[in-house]
Design a protein around this ligand. Structure first.
Ligand code: FES
Length: 238
């Protein structure tokens, strides 16, 4: 049987299996920590940096931190809120996120987090990304100018024989998502739907058929992101 460790999150005692990552444990216990690149069950990528929390006073990404005995975790304070807001603002200016014209509006995690962090206009200069949209494959397209480089599609979507369909090309400022056109052309409608759903923004788009639920009636149109896991805070309010 695996060892249990005790520690605190926002002053409340938590017990969890040693070696689990802090982000999953926090979520299982009803604490919401913003995250754009984490997928439960997959190795953490640690790329979006949004899941920053304080562990014994030090700022660390929750998805790459393993729970350990006696740790003291703070998930929310002014400094963390400001840091997360700055990271989100940097993502907004780096890509082209024109929410009212984006197919993913209302189910986009980036947009929902911007609302949650009350971003009106970013403090940085817009980059006006001008990457080529990959639209040659009949049923799927990549709007690279919306990509936040979270690697979710690279890590989670593979061909039947385990090959990568999505990948990165170039480096530094020019780094961009790309797809293997031959493998992408073999994806089933279900595979493409899964890839589109995994993408936290509007980069992966299934062609021909739009989203079933119209804009205005989608999940984040109804409820802010994170509300479904804020059980602990709900309890506190009761
Ligand atoms: Fe932890 Fe992205 S969720 S760095």
């Amino acid at each position: 049987m695996s060892k249990k460790v005790k520690f605190t999150i926002d002053g409340n005692e938590i017990s969890a299996e040693e070696g689990k990552n802090l982000l999953d444990v926090a979520c299982e216990n009803g604490y919401y920590i913003p995250a754009l690149c984490h997928m439960k069950g997959h190795k953490p990528a640690g790329s979006c940096r949004l899941c920053n929390v304080k562990v014994n006073g030090r700022i660390m990404t929750a998805c790459t931190t393993l729970v350990s005995e006696g740790m003291e975790v703070i998930t929310e304070d002014e400094e963390l809120a400001e840091l997360r807001k700055t990271i989100l603002e940097a993502m907004f200016v780096d890509g082209n996120h024109f929410c009212p014209a984006c197919e993913k509006s209302g189910v986009c995690d980036l947009q929902a987090l911007a609302y949650k962090h009350k971003i009106m206009s970013p403090k940085f200069k817009y980059e006006f990304s001008n990457k080529k949209v990959e639209a040659e494959v009949p049923k799927i397209m990549l709007e690279k100018n919306r990509c936040i480089l979270c690697k979710k599609c690279i890590r989670a979507i593979k061909s039947k024989d385990g090959k990568n369909i999505f990948g990165f090309k170039a480096r530094g400022k020019k780094l961009e998502i790309t797809m293997d056109e031959e493998l992408a052309a073999q994806m089933t409608d279900e595979d493409i739907q899964r890839a589109m759903d995994i993408c936290p923004v509007g980069t992966i788009i299934k062609k021909e058929k739009g989203f079933k639920i119209p804009i205005g009636k989608r999940k984040y149109d109804k409820k802010p992101i994170g509300d479904n896991v804020e059980k602990h805070k709900e309890k506190e309010k009761d």
